[in-house]
Unconditional design. Structure first.
Length: 53
């Protein structure tokens, strides 16, 4: 069986800790945590989303 190179991950809003995005990443190319600016409907603005482990 092939190993899972692109496992699903959840990204949590750093300000409200309510809204979650679910996405994938290639863990061999980016082994560290992802941080992205995305829109949070709870905060009603763009916030920093961090990878939750």
């Amino acid at each position: 069986m092939a190993s899972d190179k692109r496992p699903p991950l959840t990204m949590l809003c750093t300000e409200c800790k309510v809204h979650i995005y679910v996405t994938t990443k290639n863990k061999t190319n980016t082994p560290d945590r992802i941080e992205l600016n995305k829109y949070c409907p709870s905060c009603k603005k763009h916030c920093l989303f961090r990878e939750k482990r």
